[in-house]
Design a binder for this molecule. Sequence first.
Ligand code: KIV
Ligand code: ZN
Length: 388
Amino acid sequence: MSTDKVEIFDTTLRDGEQVPGCKLDTRQKLKIAARLDALGVDVIEAGFPVSSPGDFRSVSEISQLVKNAAVCGLTRAVKKDIEVAAEALKYAKKPRIHTGIGTSDPHIKHKFNSTREEIIKRAVDAVSYARKFVGDVEFYAEDAGRTDNEFLARVCTEVVKAGATVLNIPDTTGYCLPDEYGEKIKYLKDNVKDIDKVRISCHCHNDLGMATANAIAGVVNGARQIECTINGIGERAGNTALEEVVMILRQHPRLQLNTDINPQLLFDTSAMVSREMGMLVQPNKAIVGANAFAHSSGIHQDGVIKNRETYEIIDPADVGVTESAIVLTARSGRAALAYKAKKMGYELTKLQLDTVYAEFLNYADARRCVEDNDIHEIMELSQRKIRA
Ligand code: KIV
Ligand code: ZN
């Protein structure tokens, strides 16, 4: 895989839905799936069909609804899981079964009480069995982040031989450093037989806040799929945020990597997922947070009013945000006040601005933000003072 296209595998409806207390019903999942399809994701991981009748129904209905993306169902390396996933996916235009097993020593010892040789056998059996139902089988090596590279390469070589089309290398516990994760991908590129016939996928968790950096290190080193969720939601500290990786690749053309995502739908999609899940987006969240394009200090506001590029690396319109926000606070200067006042219909001379600004500071010191209705009051008070 040496193209410059990075496939976006969205797992909002599977790993994302593992957020404690954020259950979605089938109607909500269909709504989100339709939006993800419109957004341009390549794969929608719709659920874990064997886990419950509700999840089975969601995967089955999403398979019938989605027009463009591949639809994927998760399984363990267990025959029954694979059969149920195949049944749930049977109407999908592009079905994918995502099967796998833990490969790190802690998983082999504590979860499976097994051996490395037995794990390879179970992985190969699962992939070959899944290939009987669908042509597209993704294999995940759970906890690949803490699996030694030599063993991981052996597992990957065997599952590719058994018919895997995608190799998912999850940093399940969010432990890897970006250079370490990047080297792991490079090691697999160099040491897995027939690696160029398959796609390597990055699936990074955010326990140490490195999910996005790790996914980018992965694609820089040859992976060509990123598994991610809207708003970075997911188990514990979450997954790689879709909006972040998409915009990183877009804003750094020197990486020569791109996606098929329509960035203008990012902000609305984020808001929709937040609403449906009942999970607020943190205000300082990159790309889609309420403050991502808000400026509140005088120095920054002055710069942005003169030219947006002084403090913004993304045009907010590119991600579906109407415009940057100038938030008036006690740190704001005259330039921001005059700018805001003008937008509200008040043209001020330099002298008037001095009076209004003095009044503004009294207000601003007593509040977190000065709102539009405060500005009207400040104008009236200042007018009275000027007349007196
Ligand atoms: O984090 C992980 O390892 C996973 C796999 C099940 C793909 O979500
Ligand atoms: Zn995961």
